[in-house]
Design a protein around this ligand. Structure first.
Ligand SMILES: Cc1ncc(COP(=O)(O)O)c(C=O)c1O
Length: 399
């Protein structure tokens, strides 16, 4: 017997707990229950954001950063939705397994692996047409892999102009890049850097990068596409758009800094939401408490609602410090503390919500955007999306 999520919900509403006899349990042993939190991906918003970035970057190609499970949306979901766009030149991830997953899923556009690898990984990556990001003297490994594969290794060189994370230090970059450029085993497809996102220091970083690229270029060294601009630089630094832009968060429709929202530089529309259903509604009498350590004590008689979503799902603990969740048209504060699998909302003096109502932790509506949650409770918008449990169901919606 096939049971839709809706009909399962209707059946289960009458039950205080879901028994193993429920039809859904029998037919979908591994399916999520109707009450499990889920993630919605708004395909039209994703495409809209790509259009906005393309306009802002004056039609430069976009290398879409889809690392960390596509910023929570599912790395394959995002790549499949973005791949048809002519503005998208390719994808960047940090983990080899994500790059391989993309190829296994049939993604054909260029993939840049921005994370570490060993020689065995390099061979695997090259075999799957995944470009490594290189910044150490691995010329002889590149030679060996190219010889074995009978094809030069396409790669991007990463230069550290001051972020101090990965990349060859800009003062030593010229000799490394010349070494790569001199090898027939290598095709430098791109040269890149990452800003520290400190407005003054970013200028200095760009100066260093331009000086390096300028002098190598004068000597005829082919650097491929030069790229540096993440979402931050898309808002702040048009002179850093170079040959290609490399945003992540802006693609997902989220302003990475609160002040960018009012600039109107780009109209970004959140493409991701986190939802759940109210699992339980009850009244607390004055003096009764909710949450571990009695984190909340009712000042008067009050209705509260329990959501089956917690920090193990990616809904941050910080949400209890001011985030509000939308149910119907009401916004209700998260109280007590967010535990691994539960959150509690204060509903007020009347029981305005019911078991089974959809609760929106964040979505694309003003007041419920990830930026609104972030502003209310201090959780970073990056944490809100990237920490979403990869096992939660993802549903792609359009319109
Ligand atoms: C090297 C690199 N480039 C680009 C990005 C995209 O950054 P954002 O999501 O802020 O646009 C990231 C993400 O942190 C990154 O690590």
């Amino acid at each position: 017997m096939k049971t839709s999520r809706r009909s399962f919900l209707r059946t289960s509403l009458a039950l205080p707990a879901l028994g193993s006899q429920s039809p859904a349990f029998q037919t979908h042993a591994h399916a999520d229950s109707s009450f499990d939190p889920w993630i919605e991906i708004h395909a039209d918003n994703l495409r809209h954001n790509v259009g906005e970035i393309h306009r802002r970057a004056e039609s430069r190609p976009i290398l879409a950063v889809i690392k960390n499970n596509g910023y929570g949306m599912g790395v394959v979901n995002v790549a499949r939705l973005l791949e048809p766009s002519s503005a998208i030149a390719g994808f960047a991830v940090v983990k080899l397994h994500e790059a391989i997953t993309l190829r296994d899923a049939g993604i054909r556009k260029p993939i840049l692996l921005m994370g570490p690898f060993d020689e065995r990984n390099l061979e695997e990556a090259v075999r799957r047409h995944i470009m490594p990001m290189v910044y150490t003297p691995i010329g002889s490994a590149l030679d060996r892999v190219a010889r074995k594969r009978q094809t030069p290794v396409a790669m991007h060189v990463c230069v550290d102009t001051g972020i101090g994370r990965v990349g060859v230090p800009h003062t030593q970059a010229a000799s490394l890049i010349r070494d790569f450029a001199g090898r027939s085993s290598v095709r430098i497809q791109g040269t890149m850097m990452t800003f520290a996102e400190d407005p003054d220091f970013d200028k200095e970083q760009l100066k260093r990068f331009n000086a390096l690229c300028g002098s190598l270029g004068q000597d005829g060294v082919k650097l491929g596409a030069k790229h540096a601009a993440s979402s931050f630089a898309l808002f702040q630094r048009p002179e850093a758009f170079l040959d290609m832009v490399r945003p992540g968060m802006a693609i997902y429709g989220i302003y990475s800094e609160h002040e960018f929202r009012s600039t109107r530089v780009m109209d970004l529309r959140p493409a991701i939401s986190l939802k759940s259903r109210v699992a339980y509604v009850k009244q607390l009498r004055k003096g009764e408490s909710a949450g571990y350590n009695r984190a909340y004590v009712a000042k008067g008689d009050v209705w509260v609602a329990t959501l089956p979503v917690g920090h193990a799902d990616g809904w941050p603990r910080a949400a209890a410090k001011g985030a509000r969740v939308r149910i119907g048209e009401g916004m209700y504060p998260v109280i007590a503390s967010v535990s691994a699998s539960h959150s509690i909302l204060e509903i007020g003096s009347e029981p305005r919500v019911q078991i089974g109502d959809v609760a929106t932790m964040f979505d694309w509506r003003d007041g419920s955007r990830p930026e609104d949650v972030s502003a209310a409770c201090g959780a970073s918008v990056y944490d809100l999306t990237m920490h979403l449990n990869p096992l939660l169901p993802r549903r792609i919606i359009s319109g």
